[in-house]
Write a protein that binds this ligand. Structure first.
Ligand SMILES: [Zn+2]
Length: 104
Protein backbone atom coordinates (compact mmCIF):
# COMPACT_ATOMS: atom_id res chain seq x y z
CA UNK A 1 0.00 0.00 0.00
CA UNK A 2 1.26 3.43 -0.96
CA UNK A 3 1.25 5.71 2.07
CA UNK A 4 2.55 8.89 0.45
CA UNK A 5 0.60 12.13 0.44
CA UNK A 6 -2.12 12.44 -2.20
CA UNK A 7 -2.72 15.86 -3.72
CA UNK A 8 -6.30 16.52 -4.76
CA UNK A 9 -6.33 18.63 -7.92
CA UNK A 10 -9.12 20.90 -9.13
CA UNK A 11 -10.25 20.24 -12.65
CA UNK A 12 -12.94 20.44 -15.23
CA UNK A 13 -16.69 20.48 -14.84
CA UNK A 14 -18.29 17.41 -13.28
CA UNK A 15 -21.52 17.13 -15.24
CA UNK A 16 -23.05 14.28 -13.31
CA UNK A 17 -23.52 13.12 -9.74
CA UNK A 18 -20.69 11.11 -8.23
CA UNK A 19 -19.87 9.47 -4.92
CA UNK A 20 -17.28 11.21 -2.78
CA UNK A 21 -14.48 8.80 -2.05
CA UNK A 22 -13.76 10.38 1.33
CA UNK A 23 -17.17 10.81 2.97
CA UNK A 24 -19.29 8.52 0.78
CA UNK A 25 -21.98 11.08 0.00
CA UNK A 26 -23.32 11.67 -3.49
CA UNK A 27 -22.43 15.00 -5.04
CA UNK A 28 -24.79 17.19 -6.97
CA UNK A 29 -23.64 18.19 -10.42
CA UNK A 30 -20.55 20.25 -9.62
CA UNK A 31 -18.94 23.09 -11.50
CA UNK A 32 -15.54 22.04 -10.23
CA UNK A 33 -14.15 18.54 -10.01
CA UNK A 34 -11.67 17.67 -7.24
CA UNK A 35 -9.83 14.43 -7.93
CA UNK A 36 -6.60 12.52 -7.66
CA UNK A 37 -5.55 9.50 -9.68
CA UNK A 38 -3.87 6.88 -7.53
CA UNK A 39 -2.94 3.23 -7.71
CA UNK A 40 -4.58 1.20 -4.96
CA UNK A 41 -3.84 -2.42 -4.09
CA UNK A 42 -6.67 -3.41 -6.47
CA UNK A 43 -5.45 -1.20 -9.33
CA UNK A 44 -5.89 2.33 -10.68
CA UNK A 45 -8.41 4.42 -8.75
CA UNK A 46 -9.79 7.94 -8.94
CA UNK A 47 -10.34 9.68 -5.63
CA UNK A 48 -13.25 12.12 -5.99
CA UNK A 49 -13.85 14.73 -3.31
CA UNK A 50 -17.18 16.47 -2.78
CA UNK A 51 -17.58 20.20 -2.08
CA UNK A 52 -18.62 19.45 1.52
CA UNK A 53 -15.31 17.71 2.19
CA UNK A 54 -13.45 20.60 0.55
CA UNK A 55 -15.46 23.03 2.70
CA UNK A 56 -14.75 20.99 5.85
CA UNK A 57 -11.06 21.52 5.28
CA UNK A 58 -7.97 19.67 6.40
CA UNK A 59 -8.86 19.81 10.13
CA UNK A 60 -12.12 17.88 9.63
CA UNK A 61 -11.29 15.56 6.73
CA UNK A 62 -9.91 12.77 8.93
CA UNK A 63 -13.14 12.80 10.98
CA UNK A 64 -15.21 12.62 7.76
CA UNK A 65 -13.14 9.70 6.48
CA UNK A 66 -13.43 7.87 9.83
CA UNK A 67 -17.20 8.44 9.80
CA UNK A 68 -17.37 6.90 6.28
CA UNK A 69 -15.26 3.94 7.45
CA UNK A 70 -17.67 3.34 10.37
CA UNK A 71 -20.59 3.44 7.95
CA UNK A 72 -18.91 0.91 5.65
CA UNK A 73 -18.12 -1.33 8.63
CA UNK A 74 -21.77 -1.24 9.68
CA UNK A 75 -22.80 -2.16 6.14
CA UNK A 76 -20.28 -5.02 6.06
CA UNK A 77 -21.60 -6.34 9.39
CA UNK A 78 -25.15 -6.17 8.03
CA UNK A 79 -24.15 -8.04 4.85
CA UNK A 80 -22.37 -10.69 6.90
CA UNK A 81 -25.51 -11.09 9.03
CA UNK A 82 -27.43 -11.99 5.84
CA UNK A 83 -25.23 -14.95 4.95
CA UNK A 84 -27.28 -18.12 5.20
CA UNK A 85 -30.52 -16.25 6.03
CA UNK A 86 -31.83 -15.04 2.67
CA UNK A 87 -34.70 -16.94 1.10
CA UNK A 88 -35.12 -15.94 -2.53
CA UNK A 89 -38.03 -16.53 -4.89
CA UNK A 90 -37.06 -18.54 -7.95
CA UNK A 91 -36.21 -16.70 -11.14
CA UNK A 92 -39.29 -18.29 -12.74
CA UNK A 93 -41.42 -16.76 -9.95
CA UNK A 94 -39.75 -13.42 -10.56
CA UNK A 95 -40.52 -13.61 -14.27
CA UNK A 96 -44.13 -14.72 -13.67
CA UNK A 97 -44.65 -11.83 -11.24
CA UNK A 98 -43.29 -9.41 -13.85
CA UNK A 99 -45.71 -10.76 -16.46
CA UNK A 100 -48.61 -10.47 -14.01
CA UNK A 101 -47.71 -6.83 -13.28
CA UNK A 102 -47.42 -5.98 -16.95
CA UNK A 103 -50.96 -7.26 -17.55
CA UNK A 104 -52.52 -5.09 -14.81
ZN1 LIG B 1 -17.15 14.20 0.69
Amino acid sequence: MNTGMIKIELGNVMGFRQRCTLCGSMTEKCEVQATAHVTADFGPCIIRVCPECIKAGPDMIEWRIRKAIASHESWIAFLQSLIGRVELPTFAEWQAHGKMLSHQ
